[in-house]
Write a protein of this length. Structure first.
Length: 116
């Protein structure tokens, strides 16, 4: 099933790329144009498809950076929580009468031994 899902993903990505390439080779996307941002006009002129490609790459880069930030933040939080759990378990084990030092978990739940 996993191979089928990856194959489907690649087939869909291939057709999307094919559509984009066939669209951008059309003459409407070849004229060179300049960019005007508010009152500033860029001194260079590029084909229209370069701007579309640049916007796609910028969005992809920002998305990857956001995903990486979220991944690192989540892993750091999980590490902190696990450390806190270990510290609390150690404190509980050191407390008299409640820790595992007196009796192991297996001993408490095992059936009582009977003498014959």
């Amino acid at each position: 099933m996993r191979i089928v899902s990856w194959l489907l993903l690649f087939v869909v990505a291939f057709f999307i790329a094919l559509i984009l390439v066939l669209t951008f080779i059309q003459p409407e996307f070849r004229p060179k144009v300049g960019v005007q941002i508010l009152t500033y006009k860029t001194p260079w002129q590029l084909p229209v498809y370069i701007y579309v490609l640049g916007a796609f790459v910028a969005g992809l880069g920002l998305g990857i950076m956001q995903a990486l930030y979220t991944f690192i933040r989540t892993r750091t939080e999980i590490f902190r929580k696990n450390r806190k759990i270990r510290d609390l378990e150690q404190q509980l084990a050191e407390r008299p009468g409640t820790g595992r030092s007196e009796q192991s978990v297996d001993d408490r739940f095992s059936p009582a031994e009977t003498e014959e």
